[in-house]
Design a protein around this ligand. Sequence first.
Ligand code: YNC
Ligand code: MG
Length: 388
Amino acid sequence: KHKFWETQPVGQFKDIGNLSLQEGPIEPPTPISEVKQEPYNLPGPYEWTVCDMDSDGTCNEVYNLLTSNYVEDDENMFRFNYSKEFLRWALRPPGYYKSWHIGVRVKTSKKLVAFITGVPARIRVRNEVVKMAEINFLCVHKKLRSKRLAPVMIKEITRRVHLENIWHAAYTAGVVLPTPITTCQYWHRSLNPKKLIDVGFSRLGARMTMSRTIKLYKLPESTVTPGFRKMELRDVPAVTRLLRNYLSQFVVAPDFDEHDVEHWLLPTENVVDSYLVDSPVTHEITDFCSFYTLPSSILGHQNYSTLKAAYSYYNVSTKTPLLQLMNDALIIAKQKDYDVFNALDVMQNESFLKELKFGPGDGQLHYYLYNYRLQNGLKPMELGLVLL
Ligand code: YNC
Ligand code: MG
């Protein structure tokens, strides 16, 4: 059934529940000298290219490929529209490898027709911090689908990850592959219900009018928590301490240091927003919340072309109740004109979703590890990792 995935060091469906299989690496690392030195062969008309995300021209090509060909919802009404600034942020964290930003071009025209990326990360699985690649943005042009290009691209990025002496990876997908470590659900909080209904993202509830719906989702004009403010560079040490301590409770979570926090959480306009509570009494940083910006193109609508969506990222509450902290995040997102605020049911998110009027979405998001076996699946609440 999975001609490619059956050959890979991932948990196989037939192994589910087999207690004789140990947790940890499925295959041992091999000496780098034994890693295949040449790229995998592509079909004749295509060639590999390294995509230099520092170059405006290349960044534009990647942006255009993804904007027209990347992930859509099941009904093909919306397609992710990652911005160029977002792609630069997502692909250039501390210690990134340019060679992991892989494109496929048509030899004759040089047109970019496929893409896959990895970035390095330290991810803790139970008590073990494992060097991994986070794989993302796998995309094949719509006209080249179902030709088995994706397995070649996955093998090629695996080879390049191995060349850096890294033997594991983490990734998410909307499709079921062998085998998810957990399956999460997206929840959506309407900020601009009229637009969301107009574009078919949501529907008017039973016995609801438009004006009652607008009233239902109304939020205060300004945040309520004293000392709530935007994160600044000087906050990096305190936020790192707060976040490391918080993430230590989850079975799988990133092992962030100050460099990671500066990159992934320091606010970047229209890419990532982070706020914290700077206690007016003790001047301590007690709580933190963040979201990233990922608009979707609205496909074939008369009046609207993009949906502005905020995605919950990492949140930590020690003094302010998480519910109040996230309500302030919603207020900020509304002030900044987002249409919807999305969150997965990971970490402690379940504790605020219903009360803050998030509704469950349809599609599911499956989380995977490559070459690392986890004995039992995780519950979404045991997962402390958000991939972009
Ligand atoms: C997928 N999303 O099952 P089998 S998520 C992984 N992730 O293999 P073909 C996928 N594998 O089942 P197409 C996958 N989707 O026969 C399909 N597959 O064993 C598997 N969509 O290949 C599939 N982006 O080339 C099958 O399929 C084989 O032409 C079929 O191309 C697939 O970024 C795709 O959803 C997804 O652009 C490129 O449909 C195409 O359909 C497309 O005939 C729209 O492929 C965009 C989209 C996926 C977003 C993402 C994470 C990717 C993870 C890849 C796996 C990484 C493994 C770790 C590597 C490093 C290891 C180290 C160390
Ligand atoms: Mg293909």
